[in-house]
Ligand binder design. Structure first.
Ligand code: SF4
Length: 313
């Protein structure tokens, strides 16, 4: 019997990730391999980071790891950084190149404003994730007024000024779960201001919808993406919330053929930081297991691009 792969049309790299990778590549071309440093992983994908490291980029988690900052290029990752990190880099006289995704930068501007206006701020997201750390760090003012929550239970514990409060969300959360948390927040604080729905980006939304579509017609779902990738983990959870077992893998070397022993169809998608060649490699692997027919499912991916300013690099 011919087995099927249901391949999500809306999958893989988003415009923000593409832009960040281009920035590192251009910086390496312009400044040479001994000068380019990236604070944290530029995007959360093992293959992308390995490729850029091999090309000569240095990935660091602190400024202390970089000697002679004045001669060095420092790139901030797509997840963004807080104000203090930015100012410290300036003080050390790095040449700074900001690869923060423009969607994240938009949220930063709203946080700046919330701080200037003295509002209590609620960030819905995963504590400790680079993007959330950066967003919290963009609050101008007393950081005790910033609270990170994830679930309605967290909202129940909150105590903020009901008449002067603001919320933002991480861009890569589960849309369905975030809606429940925002509902709890608005019920408790009806005057809280924030985005109309949430700050999850369009790239996150279309990829989650596509996984719902492939999960509806598949026995098992595979998501290509790294374990530390927030949006990839959410894609896995979206499938599981539809009752379909899903696995998150960097590539086919992490796939166990036993996952498919009773399966006639496999759904396949990729997180917003996963390169397309990983999908092709997984398709070839699935082919060797008898999953010969590939059916593209769901809506077309109409990805917008984030252009680079000429003087950025
Ligand atoms: S997932 Fe969304 S916010 Fe994150 S880099 Fe991509 S477009 Fe930007």
């Amino acid at each position: 019997m011919c087995k099927t792969v249901n391949l999500a049309r809306a999958r893989g790299m988003c415009a923000g990730v593409d832009r960040a990778i281009k920035i590192v590549n251009l910086a390496l071309d312009k400044y040479g391999t001994d000068k380019v440093y990236v604070l944290h992983e530029v995007v959360h994908n093992k293959h992308v980071v390995e490729y850029l490291r091999k090309k000569g980029a240095h990935f660091v988690d602190s400024f202390e790891e970089i000697s002679s900052p004045k001669d060095k290029i420092l790139i901030f990752s797509a997840h963004g950084v807080g104000i203090e990190t930015f100012n410290k880099a300036k003080e050390l006289e790095f040449k700074i190149i900001d690869a923060t995704c423009p969607v994240v930068s938009g949220i930063h501007r709203k946080m700046n404003k919330a701080g200037i206006n003295g509002l209590d701020a609620v960030v819905i997201g995963h504590k400790g994730h680079q993007e959330v750390v950066g967003t919290v760090g963009q609050y101008i003012g007393d950081r005790n007024k910033v609270h990170v929550v994830l679930t309605p239970e967290d909202v129940a514990q909150l105590s903020i000024d009901p008449d002067n409060s603001f919320f933002a969300t991480q861009t890569t959360l589960s849309i369905d779960e975030t809606a429940i948390t925002i509902q709890a927040l608005k019920q408790k604080y009806p005057s809280i201001v924030g985005p109309k729905d949430n700050d999850t980006c369009r790239a996150t939304q279309v990829r989650q919808n596509a996984v719902k579509q492939i999960a509806a017609v598949s026995d098992v779902v595979i998501i290509a993406g790294s374990k530390n990738s927030s949006n990839s983990n959410r894609l896995k959870e979206v499938s599981e919330s539809q009752g379909i077992q899903a696995y998150l893998v960097d590539d086919s070397s992490q796939i166990d053929p036993m996952w498919f022993k009773d399966a006639n169809s496999v759904g396949l998608s990729a997180g917003a930081s996963a390169p397309e060649y990983v999908i092709e490699e997984i398709l070839s692997f699935l082919n060797t297991l008898g999953f010969i027919t590939v059916v593209e499912c769901g809506d077309e991916l109409k990805e917008k691009t984030f252009p680079l300013k000429e003087d950025l690099i």
